[in-house]
Design a protein around this ligand. Structure first.
Ligand code: AMP
Length: 387
């Protein structure tokens, strides 16, 4: 796949697949506009080439008629317009005469955003199943296609692979290129020692990535609820902590095949998640819930991080939605931010957590894509990149 700079874009009609799948609260307000901000480089580059821009994105999953009310991209078009200081014309349709007329009336540097591509999913999952007719139709709206939506690169949808297979001139945008340039060296050529921090709750959807990282990393520090699945696999009491039952066997296999996995030695624990009367314990009792890594574990993890030249981090160290259990994640962020190392954060929860805590600029790279970054690190070819 070409880089955007390799294309002749001057004055052309450019379709950009952006990733505006941003969190929106019950009041309909955007909670975190990082993904919109990250898309500006490609948009501004195209505007400087006097292009007419047609933006496509999905927003959440669309399964029912009800979703049509809460998953509109209108609010996103307004935020983009504010960030650019320029009108973004929102068309509340994904296809049809209104779309075609608006595009034929465009002037140079005009921007049009179509409605959520997944509105097409209500009719036989046309977007998510890469309906050939839909990809062909969207491709017919422009001269050039730029894929700048990293978050969906691990999926073949009509709005990425479908368009790309029906258009000659195509390239990756700056955002996707930056993701590839920062993530691939992590598995292909990490400067050693290479330390991986893993947390969060689920193991089952990260098994391939964990296996591949275990081949490349010197140490894997496991925190969050994920640690309790590993501790249980070792026969250590985890009380009522959250575990990923179906992954215990995998955890056992990992622990017997490598000694790179480092587990917590103390815990911030509580009897329930509703009150904040936590205690710090080395061993959990049968009614304890482990909700964050303890101070000894923070010191232990930092002693490994201190030696590394490359660091990859996916998954929070605790139940961070409650501020009381953010300490482990926050202290590690603080420690890493003082080091002169290559530090890369996988997307999803870890990225939002680190961005909300104000550490985004302290890392070499914070990925915008959860599943996509994990699949890239698993060593897979992503359909949205190899267009
Ligand atoms: P994942 O989607 O697998 O990356 O997991 C992220 C989720 O894991 C977040 O919602 C965290 O609150 C949750 N989490 C991390 N550590 C714990 C823990 N010790 N107990 C409960 N939830 C946790």
């Amino acid at each position: 796949m070409k880089k955007i700079e390799e294309l002749d874009l001057e004055g052309k009609k450019v379709i950009i697949r952006v990733d505006y799948n941003v969190p929106i609260n019950e009041k309909g307000e955007i909670v975190d506009d990082n993904r919109i901000v990250e898309s500006l480089k490609t948009i501004n580059y195209c505007l400087n080439k006097n292009c007419k821009l047609i933006l496509l994105s999905h927003l959440g999953k669309v399964k029912t008629e009800e979703d049509l009310k809460t998953k509109s991209l209108k609010v996103v078009s307004e935020r983009l317009s504010k960030l650019l200081g320029k009108e973004v014309m929102f068309i509340p349709k994904t296809r049809g005469i209104e779309v075609e007329e608006a595009i034929s009336n465009m002037n140079e540097k005009d921007i049009i955003m179509l409605e959520n591509t997944r509105f097409e999913d209500l009719d036989g999952k046309k977007e998510s199943k890469n309906d050939p007719e839909l990809g062909k139709y969207w491709a017919s709206l422009g001269d050039v296609f730029i894929n700048d939506a990293f978050g969906t690169c691990h999926r073949a949808h009509a709005s990425n692979v479908g368009i790309a297979s029906n258009i000659k001139e195509k390239a990756l945008g700056f955002l996707v290129q930056k993701e590839v340039d920062n993530l691939l060296p992590i598995i292909n050529n990490p400067e050693k020692p290479f330390v991986v921090i893993l947390g969060g709750a689920k193991i089952s959807d990260k098994i391939g990535t964990i296996k591949n990282l275990a081949l490349k990393a010197d140490y894997i520090l496991v925190g969050g609820a994920m640690a309790y699945t590993f501790l249980k696999a070792k026969g250590i009491s985890v009380g009522k902590s959250l575990i990923d039952e179906e992954s215990i066997e995998f955890a056992k296999q990992m622990l017997s095949s490598t000694d790179k996995i480092i587990l917590p030695i103390d815990h911030i624990t509580n009897k329930d998640t509703e009150n904040n009367n936590f205690t710090v314990k080395d061993m959990l009792d049968s009614d304890d819930i482990g909700l964050d890594i303890g101070p000894k574990t923070i010191d232990l993890f930092e002693s490994y991080i201190a030696k590394c030249k490359t660091l990859f981090w996916n998954g929070p160290m605790g139940y961070y939605e409650n501020e009381v259990y953010q300490k482990g994640t926050k202290e590690l962020c603080d420690y890493i931010s003082k080091l002169n190392i290559t530090s890369v954060v996988g997307g999803g929860d870890t990225a939002s957590c680190i961005i909300n805590m104000g550490y985004k600029d302290k890392f070499t790279h914070v990925s915008t894509g959860g599943g996509a970054s994990l699949e890239l690190l698993e060593g897979k070819d992503l359909p949205g990149i190899n267009l």
